[in-house]
Write a protein that binds this ligand. Sequence first.
Ligand code: GLU
Length: 295
Amino acid sequence: MKSTPIVYRGRLAPSPTGFLHLGHAATFLAAAHRSKSNAGNLLFRNDDLDCARVRPHFTEAALQDLRWLGIQWQEGPDTGGPRGPYSQSERISLYKGAMLSLLEAGWVYPCGCSRRDLALALSAPHPSDEEPVYPGFCRPKTPLSNSCSPGFQPELNWRFRIPGPERVCFVDGRQGSQSATAAVDFGDFLVWRKDGVPSYQLASAVDDALMGITEVVRGADLITSSFRQLLLWRALGHTPPKLYHCSLLTDAAGQRLAKRNDALSLRTLRAAGHTPRDVKIRLLEMGVPAEILEL
Ligand code: GLU
């Protein structure tokens, strides 16, 4: 029997918490290039769950700035598509469904620790990671399941119970072999926040699975997240996508570009009369590979 070839599906997943800068441009141009060169589909996913920082006008600006840069997507909040909705704030019921199946299989537990409890307990956070290893105060001795717990309560914080210590490895399409040890490099991580929304880790893993993404292209700052998401994809019973992490760009002072660095935002560059080609040439000078820029 002949099997149907898998069509490449990629995604652009900006968070509307500021204007996009040259670093985002480099990552999204890479995503567009990967999708085009694999004759694939690209979708735009609006990662708008961080209620405190999200502003709708930043979504509109991201759609406009990426189109201006010449990036085209086939599915998104503006165009619609078969795997929508494409804004995470409209997908809460899907994340709740994922939480139910994680709970059913004993992968998650509620956590009552406050930030203060953790700060007091963790005076020496692990140096190689952004988040200290959770000391396990609320981790039940044996995995919870629906039958021995009151069920999923979205008004609590929930953590993923890592199967530690286990080596998690993947071969990154851009950065090569990567590995980390669960329980050493990272601990039980938050998957649900008591304000009723999933964590970035859960939302991203669920969406990449449900949207049929075959390759995730994003910045190298998210490599540490990929280890966690690999565990989530496995726990949810999904084949993980391929992973491709773009090297991060730095400014003239050697600082990582950030949204607060307005001088390098696409908005400011556009307003100053620069063309998409000027932006690409600037990216080339900053070390972005020429083939990605399609110059
Ligand atoms: N929305 C996330 C960000 O802008 C990226 C998510 C991802 O690519 O997985 O940092």
